[in-house]
Design a protein around this ligand. Structure first.
Ligand code: DX5
Ligand code: ZN
Length: 219
């Protein structure tokens, strides 16, 4: 099953509860929650407090993407704030093994992400310990950027690497995905699609329906 993970970064915050409900009612399964620290990326977003406050408004899987230096410092806080999946950047962790262990210890699923310039092969030693690979298709930091086609190659490499080991690891892709290019992303091997602007800019309901119609064509 293909999963749509709308990125909350682009939602209309004055009606956040309704935005979440609209995506959920129209087929989204995850809410992708982008955390930025102004260090790992040149932008700031939100912390665990807001995550906690949206739980009562949404049964969507809380998919937390930490774009922060040394994310190990905040894993417990996000887990307590009801994260279901916590994804960290390999580039941001001094000790990725310890960071992965911490996410597990807190009862969350583990994702590890690579920026556009980081090859997916760096993830190979960690494959036995993770649930999801997140391939960035833009430089992390801002919504609304243009999809970088290099990601397609990396998705295919990640998929091949996972299959070669006979593992069951989700492949998520994040950045610049819309109704025009999402099929390329799916065909390359992704099964979790993050989309911010394509879902929340304009009519959230119609955008979600349009994206889901495409995703539902695939197993
Ligand atoms: C970028 C974030 C993305 C972003 C996606 O750093 O990780 O999740 O919000 O937004 P769009 O779909 O607009 O590129
Ligand atoms: Zn993200």
């Amino acid at each position: 099953m293909m999963i749509l993970a709308p990125s909350m970064l682009s939602a209309d915050f004055k009606v956040l509860g309704e935005e979440l409900k609209t995506t959920e009612e129209n087929g989204a399964k995850y809410i992708h929650y982008d955390v930025m620290d102004g260090m790992f990326v040149p932008n700031l977003s939100f912390g665990p407090g807001i995550l906690k406050s949206i739980r009562p408004a949404s049964m969507l899987v809380h998919d937390v993407h930490l774009m922060i230096e040394e994310p190990i410092r905040y894993i417990e806080a996000f887990a307590k704030a009801s994260a279901d999946i916590i994804t960290v950047h390999i580039e941001a962790c001094e000790d990725l093994d310890a960071t992965i262990a911490k996410i597990r210890e807190c009862g969350c699923k583990v994702g590890v992400s690579v920026k556009p310039a980081t090859p997916v092969s760096v993830l190979e030693p960690y494959l036995d310990k993770i649930d999801m690979i997140l391939i960035m298709s833009v430089e992390p930091g801002f919504g609304g950027q243009k999809f970088m086609p290099i990601a397609l190659e990396k998705i295919a490499q990640a998929k091949a690497m996972v299959e070669a080991k006979g593992l069951n690891i989700d492949i998520q892709v994040d950045g610049g995905i819309d109704a025009q290019n999402v099929e390329d992303v799916i065909k390359a091997g992704a099964n979790i699609i993050v989309a911010g602007s394509a879902v929340f800019n304009g009519d959230t309901k119609q955008n979600t329906i349009d994206m889901m119609e495409i995703l539902n064509k695939y197993e």
